[in-house]
Design a protein around this ligand. Structure first.
Ligand code: AMP
Ligand code: ZN
Length: 114
């Protein structure tokens, strides 16, 4: 999608601090980190949000979770734990409409759910 921030990051048109990449997934450091480790995992295919996941495109979700587990392990987060967050839509505070999962860790995170 031409007018999508994260599509432009994936293509390299907009710079990012890449953490991980494979054929399906791209991961980069969040520009405004909320924790010592704050990495965004996105599908290379433009999927706007979690509500747009279908049986046709859902395969990439397992790829994303595999990538998160790999990176979290490499970052030494396994023992203390970490959080994976997906905001879907306006009420959840989604600001970039290209599906993404936040990996947050490196400190004791608040237990606030809403
Ligand atoms: P969300 O609020 O769930 O839609 O998350 C969007 C995230 O994208 C926020 O945590 C932003 O800090 C992050 N973000 C916005 N622009 C950039 C950028 N150019 N590079 C890296 N992260 C970004
Ligand atoms: Zn996109």
């Amino acid at each position: 999608m031409t007018d999508c921030l994260f599509c432009k990051i994936i293509s390299g048109e907009i710079p990012s601090k890449k953490v991980y990449e494979d054929d399906y997934v791209y991961a980069f450091e969040d520009i405004a980190p909320q924790a010592p480790v704050h990495i965004l995992f996105v599908p290379k295919e433009h999927i706007p949000m979690a509500s747009a996941i279908t049986s046709e495109n859902s395969g990439v979700i397992s790829k994303i979770y595999e990538a998160i587990a790999k990176v979290a392990h490499e970052k030494g987060l396994d023992e203390d734990g970490y959080r994976i967050v997906n905001n879907c839509g306006e009420n959840a505070g989604q600001t970039v409409f290209h599906l993404h999962f936040h990996l947050l860790g490196g400190k004791k995170l608040e237990l606030k759910m809403c």
